[in-house]
Design a protein around this ligand. Structure first.
Ligand code: NDP
Length: 460
C-alpha cells in the first residue's frame, strides 16, 4: 500500500537494540500537544523486541561490567559533551514532543540530562565502602558494591530526557547494562539520544531502548525473568501493577511515584519571595512535575492578603505556545490528560469550591493553528474540603488549592493528611519553627523558604 504525503512527512522512530536501529512491525501515533496533530510514529514494541533487547544487554554485560569506573566515566563524559553540543536540537524536540515551553526544555530538561551523565560517572569514582568492626577477633565486615546485570528502566512523559537519563546514567556508570522504555507519548529525545550513545562509543548492547506502550513493552520488560532490577518513575497505579508483575521473580525494585505536595505558609513568611516561588512551584511545567505544590495552607491572619496577591500573580503566569519565549506554560501532554485535569475543576465546582482564575474564567490567546492544542490556564481553587478527591488525588496539571489554618498542629496534620509523601515546603522566618515543622511533615523532601533548589534549576 502506498503511503500518503502526510505519512511521508511524519517522523518515524526505531528501536535501538544491540547498537543498531531496528524497525518494528507496528507503530503508535504520537501527538504534538500544542496542535493536537499526529507528527510522529513510535514503535509499538512487544515481547519479541524486549527479548531481543534483553539478550543484547546480557551479552554486553560481562565486558562492560569488567571495565573500571574510570573507563566507563570517560565515555559518559563524552556523551554529556555531545548532548550539550546538540542542546538546541534536543530542546526543540522535547518541547514539541511534550508540550513544555522551549525555555523549560532549554534550561532544565536538556542541561540536566547532560549533567546526569557527568554527575553519576564522577560520583562512581569516589565511592567508599561501609565497614563495621565485629565485636571479637579484630575482624571487619565490609560491603562490596557490584553491578547487578540487566536493568529495566521505565520512565514517564513529564520530564522525558531528564528522567530517562536519571536512570540510564547511574545504571551504566555502575557497570550494569540496560533496557529502557520511555513513555510512548514522549519518545523522540530518547531516540535522538541513541544516536549520541553510538557516537560516544558506548559499546553495542550496553544501552538498549525499546519504544512502545506500558501495558505491552513495559509489561514485557517488567516480567522478563532475566531482568533482575527494575527502576520505575510514574504513577502509583502503575507501580502497583509493576510490583505484582515482578514479584514472582523477587526483583530489586526502585519506585519513584506521585505527590500531592503541601506548602505551609506561616504569617511571618517573606510574602514577596513566598508568593513568587509558590506560583512557580504550583504551575511550572504546566504543573506536570511530581514535586509541584498542589495544596497551599496559609495561616489565617494573612490568608486574604495571600490569596489576593497569589491569584494576581497566577494570572500573570502566561500559558501560550511552547515556542514563544514569553510563555511560562505550554500545553498539557494529551487530550485525555487535559480532560482528566478539567474533570477535577468540575468536581471542585460541584462541591461548592470557588474558582478564582483559570479554567472557565480566563480565555487563552492562542494562534489559530494551536486552537486544538491541549492548553489550560493556571487555575486557583478555594473552599474545598480536605477530604475531597480534589485535595486527595494527584491532578498533575496547572491547578492548586488554597485553604486557611489556625495552628501549627493543624497545619502539620492537614499537610500529612494524604496518602502521598513526596515533598513539602514550609515558609516562615522563625528558624526553630521551620525545622520543627519540616521534621513533623511526612515527606521525603521538605524545602524551607524555597522550592526545587537543586544543582540545576529554572527560574523564569
Ligand atoms: P504512568 O505510571 O502512566 O507511566 C509511567 C511509565 O510506565 C510510562 O513509560 C508508561 O508507559 C509505563 N507503564 C504504564 N503501564 C505499565 C505497565 N503495566 N507495565 C510497565 N510499564 C507501564 O505515569 P505517567 O507517565 O502518567 O507519569 C506521571 C506520573 O509520574 C505522576 O504520578 C508523577 O507524579 C510521577 N512522577 C514521579 C516522579 C518522581 O521522581 N517521584 C517524577 C516524575 C513523575 P506508556 O506511557 O508508554 O504507557
Amino acid at each position: 500500500m502506498s503511503k500518503t504525503s502526510e505519512e511521508h512527512s511524519l517522523l518515524v522512530l526505531e528501536n535501538y537494540i544491540g547498537g543498531k536501529f531496528v524497525s518494528c512491525r507496528s507503530y503508535i501515533d504520537s501527538y504534538d500537544p500544542s496542535t493536537g496533530e499526529v507528527y510522529c510514529k513510535v514503535p509499538h514494541s512487544g515481547k519479541e523486541e524486549v527479548d531481543a533487547a534483553v539478550a543484547a544487554a546480557k551479552e554486553a554485560f560481562p565486558e562492560w561490567s569488567a571495565r573500571s569506573p574510570e573507563q566507563r566515566a570517560k565515555i559518559l563524559h563524552k556523551l554529556a559533551d555531545l548532548i550539550e553540543a546538540n542542546l538546541e536540537e534536543f530542546a526543540q524536540a522535547e518541547s514539541k514532543d511534550q508540550g513544555k515551553t522551549i525555555t523549560a526544555a532549554r534550561t532544565v530538561d536538556i542541561p540536566r540530562a547532560a549533567y546526569n551523565f557527568r554527575f553519576f560517572s564522577t560520583s562512581m569514582l569516589h565511592h567508599t565502602t561501609d565497614c563495621s568492626p565485629m565485636d571479637h577477633m579484630g575482624c571487619l565486615n565490609y560491603t562490596v558494591r557490584c553491578p547487578v546485570g540487566v536493568a529495566g528502566l521505565i520512565s514517564p512523559w513529564n520530564l522525558p530526557l531528564y528522567l530517562l537519563t536519571w536512570k540510564i546514567a547511574p545504571a551504566i556508570a555502575a557497570g550494569n547494562t540496560v533496557v529502557a522504555k520511555p513513555s510512548e507519548m514522549t519518545s523522540v529525545t530518547a531516540w535522538m539520544l541513541c544516536k549520541l550513545i553510538q557516537q560516544a562509543g558506548v559499546p553495542p548492547g550496553v544501552v538498549n531502548i525499546v519504544f512502545g506502550s506500558g501495558p505491552r513493552a513495559g509489561d514485557a520488560l517488567v516480567s522478563h525473568p532475566e531482568v533482575p532490577l527494575i527502576s520505575f518513575t510514574g504513577s502509583t497505579a502503575t507501580a502497583q501493577r509493576i510490583t505484582e508483575r515482578s514479584a514472582p521473580y523477587c526483583k530489586k525494585l526502585s519506585l519513584e511515584l506521585g505527590g500531592k505536595n503541601p506548602a505551609i505558609i506561616f504569617a511571618d513568611a517573606d510574602l514577596d519571595q513566598c508568593i513568587e516561588t509558590t506560583v512557580r512551584s504550583s504551575f511550572l511545567n504546566q504543573g506536570e512535575i511530581c514535586l509541584c505544590t498542589s495544596r497551599i495552607y496559609v495561616e489565617r491572619s494573612i490568608y486574604s492578603e495571600f490569596l489576593e496577591r497569589f491569584v494576581a500573580a497566577a494570572k500573570k503566569w502566561k500559558t501560550g505556545v511552547p515556542s514563544d519565549p514569553s510563555s511560562k506554560n505550554g500545553a498539557l501532554i494529551s487530550k485525555e490528560h487535559l480532560e482528566k485535569v478539567r474533570s477535577y475543576i468540575a468536581l471542585a465546582k460541584s462541591e461548592g469550591g470557588i474558582i478564582h482564575c483559570g479554567e472557565g474564567l480566563d480565555q487563552l490567546d492562542l494562534p489559530e493553528h494551536n486552537k486544538s492544542g491541549y492548553f489550560m490556564p493556571t487555575t486557583v481553587i478555594t473552599g474545598i474540603s480536605d477530604s475531597s478527591r480534589v485535595m486527595q488525588e494527584e491532578i498533575f496539571g496547572p491547578v492548586t488549592c488554597i485553604s486557611p489554618f489556625d495552628t501549627e498542629d493543624e497545619a502539620v496534620a492537614r499537610g500529612n493528611g494524604v496518602r502521598y509523601g513526596l515533598s513539602a515546603t514550609v515558609w516562615s522566618k522563625d528558624v526553630g519553627k521551620v525545622h520543627r515543622v519540616a521534621q513533623r511533615l511526612q515527606a521525603g523532601l521538605v524545602w524551607t523558604n524555597c522550592w526545587l533548589v537543586k544543582s540545576i534549576t529554572i527560574k523564569h
